[in-house]
Ligand binder design. Sequence first.
Ligand SMILES: C[S@@+](CC[C@H](N)C(=O)[O-])C[C@H]1O[C@@H](n2cnc3c(N)ncnc32)[C@H](O)[C@@H]1O
Length: 239
Amino acid sequence: MLFGYWRRYLKGAPEYLARHYWWTYLSPSGVWFFDHDCVINLILFGKYRVILNEVSRRYSTMTCDRTLQLTCAYGALSPTLAQSSNTREFHVIDVASIQLEATRSKLKANFPKVNMVRMNVESLAYSNDSFDCIVIFFLLHELPAQARERALSEAIRLLKPKGQLLIAEYGENLSVHWLHRFTPWCWILGKLEPFLHDFWHSNLTQQLAQIAVQQNKPLCSHSETSLFNGFYRVIEYRV
Ligand SMILES: C[S@@+](CC[C@H](N)C(=O)[O-])C[C@H]1O[C@@H](n2cnc3c(N)ncnc32)[C@H](O)[C@@H]1O
């Protein structure tokens, strides 16, 4: 009976999500618990508002007629982007219905045209060159390497010429931040975030540049804000 109850929430979820993140993204009690600013802030060492403000500041300078947020995020990201004066059409995809419902409840009726669809970020049912702006907030480190490669490839495919990609994520682990050298913390984080270690040691910009060249859409520019001494970063790319 319990399995039947759970199956409803796990249905259609990628294996890595159901296995490693069911407790935070797929279980109703997890969604209720984590979707509080104080909890998100605790997880992000009190830097949630700083990161969100930087995403929002950069977003406000971008051309965002048609924006796609790749997967839901706890907190105020979706309402902030949807309410921005430069958003005309706002799309959010996520593979988990429970996440889409939670985000929908935060997007009130007076927001610009909002479209929420259940999709896997690794294979998106939009045509090439269909968005001016794509936002990815702390998703990439939660994906296994191959899924991350496919998600980035989809993001580049969907961007219009001169389109922009805005990513908030952990910074590269160059072992300079005290948290990178605090072994017990790295061990705990490694248990909770099994793909973070790989992400920490990958070169995101290089990977994106390679994907973009393969799709004949070379990256024209990128600029990065380092936050919390490089532990987090917000990066803006243009194709
Ligand atoms: C954006 S990430 C992490 C966000 C961040 N920890 C937060 O909530 O602020 C979490 C979301 O990604 C979604 N997700 C994970 N893998 C996915 C995939 N392959 N396709 C679509 N959504 C996915 C999860 O369902 C979840 O809603």
